[in-house]
Design a protein around this ligand. Structure first.
Ligand code: FRU
Length: 322
């Protein structure tokens, strides 16, 4: 840019997992296209205290903008309120806070995702099915919203939720929870897990307990985990939870440069990924990865070219001076 300013963008992720890795890769790819910006991504490893420390790190080190996916809404809201009030722009994405102290927010309609999951369940199971629910992390907004959407739609069609317990978004906890709930409910038709990792864990437990006929639905559809699990018949369906890392960087830069941006972006819920479309989606992903690799290579070659070009130019002028 004109004054050579490098915009420093801090990204605070609440967790580290397949879904976030996909998003972080998208962020890193997008930043390659902006010579005037750098990004640093920190992960809080599911720990709200660590995330608060990460946010302080960005403030103390004079980052120009902070992008944050808050682990738990209640724990993170006061800190984000405070940063926003100091005048530092904040973009909240994926998980929300309990206030509107942000410059922009980008999220998915999790309530609709829950409804879509219930709609799919009713379609495959018929009227009046029973379910157990493996909840995400209580107090994180996608879990709360997916729960409400699912429960409403499932109940409206005569479905009954026999039990619901937190799996905290991770596979190990989900396995414990699935084990006790499946033993408690020997005839349940469906497991609805708030993400694919937990759905895959529940599937392993169901298999161990000889409960092969139980249907299992997750959310995320990260290609190598969720969609692969559907293609392998480990779970029945998943729903795409878009990552769109590029959008975060574009929004942050628009804010910093005083350009137009949307304060609220709600990405609509998607339709199901199941055995009818999982293979084609995996294939599409392979093509996309190959194209992305080519783009990365091209960018590296251009950078190398410019590096060589500028060192040769320096050498040339040095020779003239001598
Ligand atoms: C990834 C994740 C996803 C889930 C999302 C909700 O960290 O746990 O599996 O859909 O966060 O915020």
């Amino acid at each position: 840019c004109a004054d050579n300013k490098k915009y420093r963008i801090g990204v605070s992720q609440c967790s580290q997992d397949d879904w976030r890795k996909k998003m972080n890769d998208e962020i890193q790819r997008e930043i390659m296209l902006h010579e005037d910006a750098t990004v640093e991504i920190r992960s809080a490893d599911d720990n709200s205290a660590k995330q608060i420390a990460d946010l302080h790190y960005f403030v103390d080190n004079d980052f120009d903008i902070i992008i944050v996916s808050p682990n738990e809404a209640a724990a993170l809201t006061p800190v984000i309120d405070d940063i926003y009030r100091k005048g530092i722009p904040v973009v909240v994405f994926d998980r929300n806070i309990n206030s509107d102290s942000y410059t922009a927010r980008i999220g998915v309609n999790d309530y609709d995702l829950g409804r879509s999951a219930a709609h799919y369940a009713i379609n495959i199971l018929g009227k009046s099915p029973t379910a157990i629910e493996i909840f995400g992390l209580p107090g994180s907004t996608p879990a709360e919203d997916r729960h409400v959407g699912f429960e409403e739609k499932f109940r409206a069609n005569g479905g009954e939720i026999l039990g619901s317990a937190p799996g905290n978004w991770n596979q190990d906890t989900a396995e414990h929870v699935a084990d006790s709930m499946l033993r408690l409910h020997p005839d349940v038709d469906l497991i609805f897990a708030h993400n694919d990792r937990m759905a895959i864990g529940a599937s392993e437990v169901a298999k161990r307990l000889g409960r092969d006929s139980i249907r299992i639905i997750g959310i995320d559809a990260a290609p190598l985990i969720g969609i692969q699990a559907v293609a392998d018949g480990v779970i029945d369906a998943t729903f795409l939870y878009p990552t769109e890392g590029y959008r975060l960087i574009q929004t942050a830069l628009a804010i910093l440069k005083g350009e137009h941006y949307d304060r609220e972006t709600v990405i609509p819920a998607s339709s199901a990924v199941d055995s009818t479309n999982s293979d084609i989606l995996l294939l599409q992903n392979e093509t996309l990865e190959a194209e992305t690799d080519k783009m990365t290579l091209l960018k590296r070659q251009i950078d190398d070219y410019w590096d060589q070009h500028s060192s040769q130019t320096i050498l040339f002028y040095a020779c003239i001076v001598i």
